[in-house]
Design a protein around this ligand. Sequence first.
Ligand code: NDP
Length: 490
Amino acid sequence: MTDLEKKSRQALVPSDWDYAPAPESREIVRIEERYGHFVGGEWLQPRETYTTIAPASEEPLAEVGQATAEEVQGAIATARDAFENGWSALPGSERAKYLFRIARILQERSREFAVLESLNGGKPIKESRDVDLPLAAAHFFYYAGWADKLEYAFPNRRPRPVGVAGQIIPWNFPLLMLAWKIAPALAAGNTVVLKPAETTPLTALLFCDVVRQAELPPGVVNIVTGDGRAGAAIVEGDVDKIAFTGSTEVGKAIQRELAGTGKRLTLELGGKAANIVFDDCALDQAVEGIVNGIYFNQGHVCCAGSRLLVQESIHEDVVKKLKRRMKTLRVGDPLDKNTDVGAINSRAQLEKIQELVAAGEDEGAEIYQPPCRLPEKGYWFAPTVFTNVAQSYRIAQEEIFGPVLSVLTFRTPAEAVEKANNTPYGLSAGIWTEKGSRILWMAERMRAGVVWANTFNRFDPASPFGGYKESGFGREGGRHGLEPYLEFQP
Ligand code: NDP
């Protein structure tokens, strides 16, 4: 044996390939101690406040306003004034300049926003940095392009803005949902009052700084914070349109409240999407798509592929590969650049996930969670997959909104369609097969607003998004996304 061989035999061979910590610095973002409501371009001191926290550590981050009904009505009156006295009469090309400016500033400040989004919401920095922020900026760019072309988007229909839009958004994509709501509303010539979710107000509040930096006329964008009571006050207020994204339960309540008032409404609600894997698909690619479909953003995604439908002949193979892949998912600090699965957004959401997972075990499904060490503080749930799931189980019917996948099987394409559509929801679906003809055959029969083929969770501002059945109505994104913010003169 040569010296070199001896040396290399004695060298320590790593048995484990651990990732070194790679935390993104928090220094870039400055969080105020206390925030008010952003109305008419000014910060108004709130009468009541609450504390917003980091779900990964339960660390208090800031005091934030809990808007009263009176404060909300004040914001709506300010938005109405801005609508009537300037904004709605501004040429589209001028409105476009502001939207382009906002898009550019979001790009320039994207790291700051990404860090704050991950801190306040718990999602991995690589997602807020590579998905939420680029898409939020892209929405402003996209709708900036339409602002002076509304006559061409809807020829011979003489489009006009509807007025003041009340917008209520959830906690799973705080800044992105804000962009989905504000960009088309402004492009169409409306003014807005927006309420972010109680648990994730901070990027919406930082956005107010962008609004000022872009020199948007005061009152065009107003942001009030608080819990569901503030949302309800917007719904009751003197607005012309409500755009809501959130739970089906609250969506239904809003629809009941608005019936007969003449206020326009779009609802983007829950989902229980089927991700359908056929035996002729590229299996490893499909496994990546399954993982992305359910573990992206901890499964806090309305269009998550939470029901996996696998063709019976490849069930064992898919589950084996999936479990192997799940073992490589890194769960932990949302600000670590290596993290794949971050924190659950709130204690309430964690309890909801725990309750549904316990129901799955009680009903007889088989649970698998890869070995992973969860941090002691904060809200965490390990990536989970259930096999032996029957269609009737709660975990196959109800939206869990967490990193929990239910696996079911099918034999024929017709059976896959029937099972996929057997849910009160209809937001999205995925199909994995090498046959183009099968993709088209399936897509035609799926009762889902978005059907992805050989991919999942892909978004583009030019593409409309929205649901069927209890997933809501109205479309956001694309030319379709302008329509709810316009009325057409005969
Ligand atoms: P909600 O529907 O309660 O929240 C969505 C938004 O509506 C939030 O800003 C919320 O404020 C506000 N809101 C709450 N009550 C009212 C009301 N009566 N009138 C007007 N606005 C109101 O969802 P949750 O956060 O409670 O989540 C519950 C479940 O909903 C999740 O487990 C998930 O299944 C589903 N969900 C679906 C989403 C989707 O994208 N489709 C997004 C979020 C949740 P506040 O934050 O203060 O409650």
